[in-house]
Design a protein. Sequence first.
Length: 184
Amino acid sequence: MSKPELTVALVSGPDSDMDTQAIRSALEYFGARVITYWIGRPQDLIEVLSGKDIYPGTEMIVLNFHGDEGKLLMPELGEEVYEKDEPRGDFGPDEIRRFANIQGWTILANGCSLGDSALAEAFLEKGCQTYIGPDDYPYGNAALMFAIRLFYEMIQHKRSVQEAYSIAKEMDEEMAMYRIYQRS
């Protein structure tokens, strides 16, 4: 196998399987190595965000989740299913500060309201280099197209994350809600 263009962790939240498959297919077609993580419980996400269960050489993470009010929506499990000390509820800035260790990664949080500034700042505080996400509620097709165009520009045209973001954001008015945050 030749060296991949980019190694991407594609982290799929609950009820995000169809667009996760579409993103994975497109990225692999562009030449990326994509490692998919299916999140069924909070501990699965903690293992990825802490870096304990991340493929070596990963350069970017796509958090393909549904979001609401600046939080990643998590599945509700039966009380008897949760592990001891496993958090309940959705993942917002407090949970990111508590569990994440994301040194140097670029993250595309591709779900509704996941470009909320408080969530982005929590990721940056925990080591994220660049964080991108919509600060409102995009249509599903728009979110899918944003991700595909961002990676197309990065891989096909060798553009920086910032340049690719600027191009993807200009595709249509629905993309105007995407924000980029970077560590200084």
